[in-house]
Design a protein around this ligand. Structure first.
Ligand SMILES: Cc1cc2nc3c(=O)[nH]c(=O)nc-3n(C[C@H](O)[C@H](O)[C@H](O)COP(=O)(O)O)c2cc1C
Length: 211
């Protein structure tokens, strides 16, 4: 049994461009070879809290220093990390909100990227503690990326790469669906570009780990 985890962040439900392409990719990966299960973590349904005082305190304590209150504060984080750990393939689909990830996805990241749990600090920098695996991100933008004024600065994709690499997930392929608010022709062009990208992702997801 292989598992695919689809984390989706759009507030736009089933009409979301990023979620739709993420679902199409999940469908293609799981249809290509038998024996898959898909877990969906829809962050517009699961309203994750921002880190509060209990979480912040618990996060800073070594496991053997935590009491029941701290363990409880980390329970949701542990469940979200377990979903990632159980996944052979990770798909993240997200819109761009104000040049970066939506706050719903940032809250998920804050629960999953934890010192002493998914990364550790060393004299030579942070070291990821999760095994690398194929990871794919679909990012949907209303406008165009690139140098202003024609485009807009992309704080999303470099950040997503960096923060996932922090926990060990370095094998990230990203597709940007651009100009999705600029009419049906732009949408059709972006959707057409998604097809060969998805086909390449299917091949990567089917490859044996480490290939
Ligand atoms: C709060 C908010 C902020 C947004 N900020 C940006 C932005 O900075 N750049 C951009 O290109 N589009 C921005 N958009 C537009 C969305 O990124 C765009 O509509 C995208 O295609 C939505 O993807 P979805 O259909 O997967 O939700 C924003 C939309 C919202 C709701």
């Amino acid at each position: 049994m292989r598992r695919l985890l689809h984390v989706s962040a759009s507030p736009r439900g089933t009409v979301s461009f990023s979620r739709t392409v993420g679902e199409e990719l999940a469908g293609a990966v799981t249809a290509a070879t038998p024996g898959w299960t898909v877990t969906r973590r829809d962050l517009s349904h699961t309203q994750l809290p921002h880190p509060g005082p209990d979480f912040a305190r618990a996060n800073a304590l070594a496991p053997d220093m935590r009491g029941p209150a701290e363990e409880e504060a980390l329970a949701r984080s542990e469940a979200l990390i377990a979903e990632v750990e159980a996944a052979d393939v990770l798909v993240i689909s997200t819109p761009m909100h104000n040049y970066t990830v939506p706050s719903a996805l940032k809250a998920w990241i804050d629960h999953v990227v934890r010192p002493g749990r998914t990364f550790r600090s060393t004299p030579t920098g942070k070291q990821g503690l999760l095994a690398d695996r194929p990871a794919f991100a679909i990012v949907s933008c209303g406008g165009r990326l690139g140098d202003p004024p024609a485009g807009q600065v992309d704080f999303l994709t470099p950040y997503l790469r960096y923060v996932l690499a922090t926990i060990g997930l370095s094998s990230l392929d990203i597709l940007c669906l651009e100009e999705m608010n600029r009419g049906p022709e732009k949408v059709a062009a972006a959707r057409a570009a998604a097809r060969p990208w998805s086909a390449a992702c299917v091949a990567r997801a089917a490859a044996p780990p480490g290939a």
